[in-house]
Design a protein around this ligand. Structure first.
Ligand code: GDP
Ligand code: MG
Length: 167
């Protein structure tokens, strides 16, 4: 199995932390070099049974009027061209307008979509997790919702497996 996975999400949800976690454990090639004008490769994870290329999505987490205009004018389809799967990260502690913007954009791409709920280590009560996942799934319309802590690695192996299976 192999494929290109776009990691999207507003600033501060933990994308870089997750990447370090995924790439650091099974060290492979990492590069921030822009590959094309559309994609920046964040890293390539070579596993026993496949290879996952993680890319960022320029523009998706920019703010401000100009950026917003660019954002709206460029179709998600062109920005996410060549991507096999979109993984959207959110912070378990809150859902913001920026998350909503990212969601609208990824929905327009019509690509397979997975939701990763990060920072579950910050939840006050373990029992809050399942209702949170259910409500996020309902809010976003995304069926596959995976809770993780990128910081301490909780469930990150499961995430990687799920990504591989989806490719
Ligand atoms: P990015 O902007 O999406 O790339 O987010 P970063 O990876 O830079 O993380 C933003 C902040 O959230 C940093 O202070 C991270 O240490 C913190 N963070 C990331 N993942 C976790 C997590 O799983 N748990 C907690 N508690 N903090 C996290
Ligand atoms: Mg980052």
């Amino acid at each position: 199995r192999a494929g290109h996975v776009a990691l999207v999400g507003r600033p501060n949800v933990g994308k870089s932390t997750l990447l370090n976690r995924l790439l650091g454990q099974k060290l492979a090639i990492t590069s921030h070099k822009p590959q094309t004008t559309r994609h920046s490769i964040l890293g390539i994870n070579t596993l026993d049974d496949g290879q996952i290329v993680y890319i960022d999505t320029p523009g998706i987490h920019q703010r401000g009027d100009k950026a917003m205009n660019r954002y709206l004018n460029r179709t998600a389809t062109s920005v996410l061209a060549g991507v096999d799967l979109v993984v959207m990260l959110v912070d378990s502690s809150n859902w913001t307008d920026e998350d909503e913007m990212v969601l609208q954009r990824v929905h327009r791409s019509k690509l397979p979509l997975m939701l990763v709920v990060n920072k579950i280590d910050t939840l006050k009560q373990r029992e809050d997790l399942l209702p949170l996942l259910a409500s996020l799934s309902e809010k976003t319309g995304i069926e596959t919702v995976i809770p993780i802590s990128a910081r301490n690695g909780d469930n990150c192996d499961h995430l990687e497996d799920t990504i591989l299976q989806a490719l």
